[in-house]
Write a protein that binds this ligand. Structure first.
Ligand code: AMP
Length: 217
């Protein structure tokens, strides 16, 4: 299996689709957001810096993010491909990533853009609720994703909570960051010839089918 990079606006289903693909092909799902959230808990200067950046919706510095990513890519489970979710987020990071790959003797693989309208991205992000126990994701602003009982998980009945960075203000900041920094990446990979576009306004199973079609063709 080739490595896969997902690029997408906030709340386009990057995390969900990455997990589904990872499970189907038994390859690791590497999310820089998750790696950074873990590092943000460390009680040191780096942890404090990452925590503050994430709270405000800004990007974490490239040197910090790449240090954490390289550590992860060196692990043996990355030898048969992996899914990269959340990196690269701008052209600068794409160039750094090319250099990292050259060093690790790996190739770029496939790049998939999950394309989503602003309005849908906003609702999915601001309404997103996560089960504090099993991690299942709901949405208070998307009819089909509301829990049966407000505020409680359908599966394990634990309390649902909002991610600290899923507020309206933070969403808009992240969306602006996406427009400014990530959109130029689309041209970067288009020119390289390994970009595929999937309409992510559809429901998650339809999006998954479209992704599988790309991977298996
Ligand atoms: P995500 O879980 O991908 O939505 O990322 C959450 C937050 O982690 C972002 O808003 C950034 O603050 C930080 N982050 C994730 N990936 C990167 C990256 N490639 N470069 C810099 N910051 C990142």
């Amino acid at each position: 299996m080739k490595s896969i990079i997902f690029i997408a606006p906030p709340a386009a289903g990057k995390g969900t689709q990455s997990s589904m693909v990872a499970e189907k092909y038994n390859i690791p799902h590497i999310s820089t957001g998750d790696l950074l959230r873990k590092a943000a808990k460390e009680k040191n200067e780096r942890g404090e810096y990452i925590y503050n950046q994430m709270q405000t919706g800004g990007l974490v510095r490239d040197d910090v993010t790449t240090e954490i990513l390289i550590e992860r890519l060196k692990k043996d489970d990355c030898n048969n491909g992996y899914i990269l979710d959340g990196f690269p987020r701008n052209v600068e990071q794409a160039k750094i990533y090319d250099a990292i790959l050259a060093n690790l003797k790996k190739d770029t693989g496939i790049v998939i853009l999950l394309d989503l309208d602003y309005e849908n991205a906003m609702k999915r992000s601001v309404g997103r609720l996560i089960c504090s126990n099993c991690g299942k994701v709901y949405n208070s602003m998307v009819e089909k994703m509301k829990p049966h009982v407000e505020g409680l998980c359908d599966s394990c009945h634990a309390v649902l909570s909002q991610r600290a960075d899923d507020t309206y203000e933070t969403f808009n900041r992240r969306y602006e960051t996406y427009l400014e920094s990530t959109v130029p990446l689309i041209d970067f990979y288009h020119e390289k010839g390994n970009l595929y576009i999937v309409d992510s306004n559809k429901d998650k199973d339809a999006v998954f089918k479209d992704i599988i079609k790309i991977l298996e063709n």
